[in-house]
Design a protein around this ligand. Structure first.
Ligand SMILES: Nc1ncnc2c1ncn2[C@@H]1O[C@H](COP(=O)(O)OP(=O)(O)OP(=O)(O)O)[C@@H](O)[C@H]1O
Ligand SMILES: [Mg+2]
Length: 356
């Protein structure tokens, strides 16, 4: 399996810059997930790697070879789309074997490779059906099978599971994780789904407006984000952000009736009066700790195993999401003292950069 190197990769449509200089190292056999808001350039970047979109600037290397001007069919890549893109008039077997047939492979070779892929994906019983007679999950499995038979160096997936219902998504997510283990494939995967990103990725790349905001393991991005954008984007429910000012060695929170908290330990000293943003993940409140906020509960969400309380200080606009351990007895209108370990609070400067 090949790794990839992206060096200052750019894409412009006329005057519109869409990819604005992306540098990225993807290791052989790595599972890399691209996330970011709609329109940030995830699909464009994937299509540039696939060779479906020309490269306006920078260099793309696959397995050490510069491929900017190499035809898509010669890049050793297979792509799976959200829309499956199966041939409706062909059976599952014909769909899966088409690329090999097109490349002039022998019948024996096609049968062997298609059967092997079908076994991996549990498609054996469906080989003579047409796509219209398959469920969404089965169609997507055929699309993945079509990619596997080509034995690519790199698999590209663009939101492959977003047309599936919730249960099937979970099932297919586990299949994709298994596929990665079995094939030891290099995979680049685009998704809007937080859980897919967190569970599948060796490395997540957070994109914003055509640039990389941060790259790292899922837990690195969750625990140690470089800026407010990454902190807010990774994690569901989202991190709480509160404006705060440094006063007398504490953090005063004007949006929460001037309650104050101990200042988290930082490598740098913050001057008296400094304005900062405090970031607290909902789950920091699960384990309690020496810092606390007094709030009033407005809404309670019971998920069975988990409870989320949405709470604020009377009159303030700032609503906090609090994950509560054993929260089944919580009711709207109740007072809630949400306590946490101040070491788990993150601070950001007025430009949104992390203060460490
Ligand atoms: N052919 C094109 N001409 C002009 N602009 C384009 C073209 N294709 C894409 N764009 C623009 O490039 C930007 C990135 O699009 P892209 O499809 O890569 O976003 P995305 O991150 O995949 O979004 P989504 O999550 O909605 O799929 C968008 O602003 C889009 O409008
Ligand atoms: Mg897209």
């Amino acid at each position: 399996m090949s790794g990839l190197t992206l060096k200052g990769l750019r894409k412009a449509y006329g005057a519109a810059q869409v990819i604005k200089g992306v540098d990225l190292e993807i290791l052989p056999e790595e599972f890399v997930v691209f996330v970011g808001p709609s329109g940030c350039g995830k699909s464009t970047l994937l299509r540039m790697i696939a060779g479906l979109e020309s490269i306006s600037g920078g260099d793309l290397f696959i397995g050490g070879r510069r491929v900017n001007d190499v035809d898509a069919s010669q890049r050793g890549i297979a792509m799976v789309f959200q829309s499956y893109a199966l041939y409706p008039h062909m059976t599952v077997r014909e769909n899966m074997g088409f690329a090999l047939k097109f490349a002039g492979a022998s019948k024996t070779e096609i049968t062997a490779k298609v059967d092997a892929a079908a076994a991996i994906l549990g498609l054996g019983a469906l080989m003579d059906r047409k796509p219209r007679d398959l469920s969404g999950g089965q169609r997507q499995r055929v699309a993945i099978g079509r990619a596997i038979v080509r034995e690519p160096q790199v698999f590209l997936f663009d939101e492959p599971l977003s047309n599936l219902d919730a249960e099937l998504r979970v099932h297919m997510r586990i299949e994709i994780a298994r596929l990665h283990q079995d094939l030891k494939a290099t995979i680049i995967y685009v998704t809007h789904d937080q859980i897919e990103a967190m569970t599948l990725a060796d490395k997540i790349v957070v994109l914003r407006e055509g640039r990389v905001e941060q790259t790292g393991s899922p837990l690195k991005l969750y625990d140690d984000p470089d800026n407010i954008f990454v902190a807010g984007f990774i994690g569901s429910p989202k991190m709480n952000f509160l404006s705060a000012r440094v006063q007398g060695g504490r953090l005063v929170l004007p949006e929460l009736a001037d309650q104050s908290l101990p200042l988290p330990a930082l490598q740098q000293a913050l001057p008296e009066g400094a304005q900062v943003t405090l970031g607290l993940r909902p789950d920091v409140f699960k384990r309690g700790g020496s810092a606390s906020l007094s709030l009033t509960i407005e809404i309670v969400e019971q998920l069975g195993g988990e409870t989320f309380a949405y709470a604020r200080v009377g009159g303030s606009a700032q609503i906090m999401t609090i994950a509560v351990e054993d929260g089944r007895a919580l009711r709207p209108g109740q007072a809630l003292v949400a306590s946490f370990d101040p070491a788990r609070a993150l601070l950001f400067d007025t430009d949104g950069q992390r203060l460490r």
